[in-house]
Design a binder for this molecule. Structure first.
Ligand code: ADE
Ligand code: ZN
Length: 335
């Protein structure tokens, strides 16, 4: 079997996908019409033309505007269901989905509406052969007090999410800002992750680990600038959820050929490939794998390691992890 076919068909986990970033322009317009929401763009084409980003913030401004069409439980379900169908087609057998409740509660949409809609889609995903879980993200450009209020609103729905994360504008909003709310989440038994080292410095990766006590780093590509940090990440096998097409579209790397995924893997880090915001960055999981492999020259061993890392880095139960890895091994043995 050739490498592109193997990359596309191997079973894999996605550990870094913002569900609001899976909202395709067509669905944005459909939901805007269904809900009577006015958009500042005349057509799908005009909206798509606005997807020319220069950095993280230039993307976030459009991403939050796109999410304004989500009002009802069914809207959240339909958005997640559209993503889950794409994930299944890409042989994603487990996905841990981020959602940004503050983007919705700030517009008067209830936490219950958001979580019930997303959670129903995740349960339905079993029919697609996908194990789907939710991770609630706090927006780091808002205050820690706002994050505490968000946690309070979400705890009645505790059974519907497995962890919390930290996203939005990284520069100027270090992990330390959220030390207390992450400590509370830890005491609640929630898994912890945080975006760090996407645009921000290695110091933010250190503090995500040491202050927030996260189990995974989202992005983390700037860690390569700090040899001591690289050693720590490798020694402790701390997963990095790398998003190559996102990094390209947000100008973290000037082109995909210069992406450091190979360097991370070859330094022994538990790096994974993920889509981040696929509707905005031009590709879902397999687009990320195929374009990155072609650009940086991945081989069969890299492919196996990336898929294996995705399962090892997931928050699945040990027995489920073992089953996923058995399926991966069988796929490679047959290929
Ligand atoms: N929210 C959605 N995508 C994001 C990213 N790449 N970085 C930070 N926050 C985000
Ligand atoms: Zn992200």
């Amino acid at each position: 079997m050739n490498l592109p076919t193997l990359l596309a068909t191997m079973p894999k986990a996605e550990l870094h996908i913002h569900i609001e970033g899976s909202l395709e322009p067509e669905l944005i317009f459909q939901l805007a019409q269904r809900n009577g929401v006015a958009l500042p763009y005349a057509s799908v084409e005009e909206l798509r033309r606005a997807y020319a980003f220069t950095n993280l913030q230039s993307f976030l401004d459009i991403y939050y505007a796109g999410a304004s069409v989500l009002l009802r439980e069914q809207d959240f379900h339909d958005m997640a269901w559209a993503y889950l169908q794409k994930a299944a087609a890409d042989h994603v057998i487990r996905t841990e989905i981020f959602f940004d409740p503050q983007t919705h509660t700030a517009r008067g949409v209830s936490m219950e509406t958001v979580i019930r809609g997303l959670s129903r889609a995740c349960k339905d995903a079993k029919k697609l052969g996908v194990d789907a879980e939710l991770i609630l993200c706090f927006l780091r450009h808002l205050s820690e007090e706002d994050a505490f209020a968000t946690l309070e609103q979400a705890l009645p729905f505790r059974e519907h999410f497995i962890g919390v994360g930290l996203d939005s504008s990284e520069l100027g909003h270090p992990p330390e800002k959220f030390a207390r709310v992450f400590a509370k989440c830890r005491a609640e038994g929630l898994h912890l992750v945080a975006h760090a080292g996407e645009e921000g410095p290695p110091a933010y990766v250190w503090s995500a680990l040491d202050v927030l006590k996260v189990e995974r780093i989202d992005h983390g590509v700037q860690s390569a600038k700090d040899p001591a940090l690289m050693k720590r990440l490798a020694d402790e096998r701390i997963p990095l959820t790398v998003c190559p097409l996102s990094n390209l579209k947000l100008c973290v790397f000037p082109d995909l050929q210069q992406h450091n995924l190979r360097e991370l893997l070859e330094a022994g880090l538990c790096a994974t490939v993920n889509s981040d915001d696929p509707a905005y960055f031009g590709g879902y999981m397999n687009d990320n794998f195929l374009q990155t492999a072609a650009a940086i020259g991945l081989d069969r061993q890299h492919a196996y390691q990336l898929a294996r890392n995705s399962f090892e880095g997931s928050f699945a139960e040990p027995s489920a992890k073992a089953r996923y890895i058995e399926r991966l091994d069988a796929a490679f043995a047959a290929a």
